[in-house]
Design a protein around this ligand. Structure first.
Ligand SMILES: Nc1ncnc2c1ncn2[C@@H]1O[C@H](COP(=O)(O)OP(=O)(O)O)[C@@H](O)[C@H]1O
Ligand SMILES: [Mg+2]
Length: 282
């Protein structure tokens, strides 16, 4: 498998403000993200998740070390457009990402700016709107849609550029549970059906459970990295840095602490219910 994103010995600090010290975020961070994978990044506020995401499409450039996306070095100014086209970004607030008064015009905006021919734009916009399940809304006004629908339009706008990787920085943080579910299902589909590499930054453990790989960051470093089962069974490590674990793990952990012999890695609600059922039956 080849890598979609590679950070090698990445160092970065924000410049000092008001004559204060510069804010050091990364010092020699190494990270690879495999092409085609779905990776969730967790970590408490201020640990560097957004700063890392911004390095993935050259919004920020390394101070030391390097970041490559599909082999392109992000400091290569001549390839900046290719980099931005290859790695699309979705942010927290869907309202800040809307640029037009009609849904389909909004989705067409980025490919139009890239100089994609009109016929091709029509095809891409329709395809992107179908992918996010918003095709019937193509002539609607974006500001009248729900938060989850708006965020799906923002995702359609990114996939209309036909990126190979999409980085979403807390895309569900401002949504209600239903909107969160819609957006998460869309993200999973992009990865599973379209083969797009997905990097999802999230605070929601239930969202991270859907990923192939979970990376937990703390203070600009990788605290732990593995499958959801490998990561979430490290309850004490996660709680030690102020992170919660999924409700299923929490329950099983508490029961184990109380001396009951239950598996800690029954992560999904179904697996957890099954484990409890087997235990009570025995
Ligand atoms: N524009 C900025 N200028 C100065 N410091 C910043 C800036 N953006 C973020 N920081 C600081 O960098 C660190 C990492 O921030 P960030 O990447 O936003 O973390 P996260 O997304 O995990 O909450 C924090 O200490 C934050 O205060
Ligand atoms: Mg952030």
């Amino acid at each position: 498998m080849s890598n979609a994103i590679t950070a090698e010995k990445l160092s970065f600090s924000y410049p000092s403000q008001n004559e204060g010290e510069p804010v050091r975020v990364f010092e020699g961070l190494d990270l690879n993200i495999e092409e085609g994978s779905f990776v969730a990044i967790l970590g408490h506020n201020g640990c560097g998740k957004s700063t890392l995401a911004k390095h993935f499409n050259a919004v920020l450039l390394p101070e030391g070390g390097s970041v490559h996306v599909f082999g392109l070095d992000t400091v290569d100014e001549e390839r900046l457009l290719d980099i931005r086209r290859t790695v699309g970004m979705v942010f927290q607030n869907p309202d800040n990402q809307m640029v037009a008064n009609v849904v389909e015009e909004d989705v067409a905006f980025a490919p139009e700016n890239l100089g994609v021919p009109t016929e091709e734009i029509r095809r891409r916009v329709d395809d992107a709107l179908k992918t996010v399940g918003m095709y019937e809304y193509r002539t609607h006004a974006p500001h009248l849609l729900s938060g989850g629908q708006k965020q799906r339009i923002a995702i359609a706008g990114v996939i209309a550029m036909e990126p190979r990787c999409i980085v979403l920085d807390e895309p569900t943080a401002m949504l209600d549970p239903r909107g969160r579910q819609e957006v998460l299902d869309t993200i999973v589909r992009l990865n599973r059906e379209k083969g797009i590499t997905v990097v999802l930054i999230t605070h929601h453990m239930t969202e991270a459970l859907r990923a192939d790989r979970v990376i937990v960051m703390n203070d600009g470093q990788i605290l732990t990295d593995g499958t959801p089962k490998e990561v979430f069974t490290q309850v004490e490590l996660l709680q030690g840095v102020g992170l919660s674990v999924p409700a299923t793990t929490q329950l099983l952990y508490a029961l184990r602490q109380a001396g009951y012999d239950l598996p800690l890695d029954a992560l999904s609600t179904e697996e957890c219910a099954q484990a409890l059922h087997e235990f009570l039956k025995a």
